[in-house]
Design a protein around this ligand. Sequence first.
Ligand code: NAD
Ligand code: WQD
Length: 354
Amino acid sequence: MDCEKDTILITGGTGFIGSHVCYFFLKKGFNVVSLDSLVNSSKKVNKNIDNLLLSEGYEATGNLKFVKGDIRNKDLLRCVFNDQLKKNKPISSVIHLAGLKSVKQSKLNALDYWSNNVCGSINIFNVMKEFKCNSIVFSSSATIYGISENPLIKENEEFKPQNPYGKTKATIEKILEDIFEESYKSMRISNLRYFNPIGAHPSGMIGESPNTTPENLFPYILQVACGRQKELNIYGNNWPTHDGTGVRDYIHIMDLAESHYLALIHLINNKPQILNLNIGTGIGTSVKELVNIFESVNKCNIPFVYKDRRDGDVSICVADNSYSKKVLGWIPRRNIQDMCKDGWKWMSKFPNGF
Ligand code: NAD
Ligand code: WQD
């Protein structure tokens, strides 16, 4: 099916992942409505997305419409859908990325996480139903698997989320399962379970720009590299891994962005279904390896100290991505060196973010 000029709603569209996903869909010719409360992002990113597309020869300016708003505001969501209907450009699909993502904050403010992530998602699903919008790609997380015995995690692994944030993601997936049944299996749903997305668009024009000090490893390394943080704390050097530090499946943000496009096209072109997909490379990298590669690719020094293990961490979390590759024909192309190089390019250009 030719989807060019379809209009999609991207919630969380100014965030780290959302900005790259917006860029990807605009480049493919979609009209994009990006909705974000800006609680963890800046609308300045929209200008950079436009400039980036123009620099690549795409006449996409005007195809990106930004709405500042909260997914917990159902009336606002209705307005967004209605406005598009009046313009004869109805929203045909939703890429739902809006959400709070700090594991630590989710333990301190559990109710905020349930309200924001789960109540907000229920609003989206309700308004989609009202407007007969049946296709959704949802940003889930590998965190739903929790502690696993398997070296490579498959999609049929039991959910064992270890913190409120992970529980909200697992719950939203469960709700989507029920909605699928309620719709007599007429909906098209894809849960993308991201592993550890890092890096930036290779131009360095867009990248991760959190409003607070990052908790995740890669954005923290970037802040150490540019002098915003003194040193990196490495949480544990006694994990049962080859060098004692935690192993994760880092995936380049551009490969991750592409998976949203491929997932949506797959949903549109196939029978209604609910599709759960791991989005990772299948390759594990330890904290120490990531630091070493970052230093060697970017010719810089990342001072670090070893600290105790972080509460709730697991030793290894790596995707079995064979199902995603098979179903979507998706191939993560960028390696860990590309992730380090592109992430640093973004940080060197915008050391203070947007
Ligand atoms: P991010 O914080 O950069 O982006 C999330 C965006 O959602 C932000 O721009 C924020 O302002 C917006 N937002 C939050 N609550 C909102 C609300 N109620 N209404 C409207 N907008 C709201 O984070 P990200 O890394 O881009 O993550 C995007 C999604 O992917 C999140 O749902 C996150 O849980 C999920 N995810 C992220 C990772 C990761 O490591 N980055 C891994 C797995 C899943
Ligand atoms: C990676 C490794 C840490 C920071 C979390 C969420 C998950 C997903 C991705 C959203 C671990 C170590 C980290 C630091 C360190 N997000 N580390 N020093 O824990 O795999 O996953 O983010 O869904 O849900 O749980 O990612 O980047 O925080 O940690 O040593 O300052 O780096 O112990 O081994 P994680 P991370």
